[in-house]
Design a protein around this ligand. Sequence first.
Ligand code: HEM
Length: 364
Amino acid sequence: MTRISGPTYYGDYLELNKLLDSQHPKSKEIGNEAHDETLFIIVHQVYELWFKQILHEMKSVQKIFNAPNVDEKDLSSCVFRLERIKKIQGLLLGQLEVMETMTPMDFLEFRDLLVPASGFQSVQFRQIEIMMGLKTDDRMGVDREYFLGRLDKKDQKELLELEKEESLLKLVENWLERMPFTTFERFDFWKEFESTVNAMFDEDENVINENLASLSESALKIQLDNLDATRNTFNTLLDENLHKQLILQGKRKLSRKATLNALFILLYRSEPILHLPFVFLRNLMDIDENFTTWRYKHAIMAHRMLGTKIGTGGSSGHAYLKRAADTNRVYMDLFNLSTFIIPKSKLPVLPNELENQLGFHFRG
Ligand code: HEM
């Protein structure tokens, strides 16, 4: 490896002059420096640096999944990169504790000087959400006008442009749809699976009826209604039209084919060839869950700092953040698949032809 210029110097390489000269408390500008404002700035800056790294990892996964096929070697790199994102998320969660060493009164020393700035305007946080698959119109926590209106024109344009690209969710959907294993000339896996699951539901109903004596009439009705609802959910997965309706209502995001193939991966994850796809899907769920956990924790922190006051960005504060944590989950379809997981011993036996295929590598 040839050097471009003279010896590398630590501070120059890391551009520390620039980095360490980027903390300028507003309270100092007005001649009354609040001690904790430096902490507030540094914690936010560190977050933004980690967001940058998360985006770097996500973009590389997005690029790999944008190709017509994803081969196993590349899938393995994607799994490692998602693992790294999870580790970074662990740090992001831990940093809230550092932030919470500041008391609400200390925060009040400089809070008003920040208005109308807010983490709500973190473009990188939004880029992460969009790349994960969250669309502006799907943000039920807040309406579109309010959401975009808090950002300057350049940031708005950048985010709307990013939204036109295929998100990870969409690319993963395409990849799942390409999976070749579940339809064969002489074997319809989903027919087999349907009868197994229906038998499982019948068994559940028997258990409820056997416990009849210990249940009040209303408790019995609730349990049977819940079971019926689960049966119906299952039917909406198997019936193309019902599934489409749920997509139109915004209740499902992944196509039926992709959802069924994801379920197949979850069910037969011990087959060697499906192991890596399984870990990949599980990592996506972990990342989605970690963001949700961060959102809740951040909402609680905001509650602790502000009580029921509005945020510096003008939202209802804690109430808005809690709603966003509830609604801005992206990979719900994968989480919901657990409804249809059955014990390994009851899985339909796969025909030899298929078993053999699962022993080889495939290009999805
Ligand atoms: C004293 C500490 C903090 C308080 C009281 C606080 C409070 C709030 C509030 C009330 C909002 C809602 C928007 C608004 O009306 O302003 C918000 C949004 C947000 N904050 Fe914080 N925050 C704090 C620290 C942080 C930190 C350290 C980060 C790290 C980057 C952060 C990132 C965000 C993000 C990304 C949003 C948008 C969330 C969404 O729309 O789902 N906040 N914050």
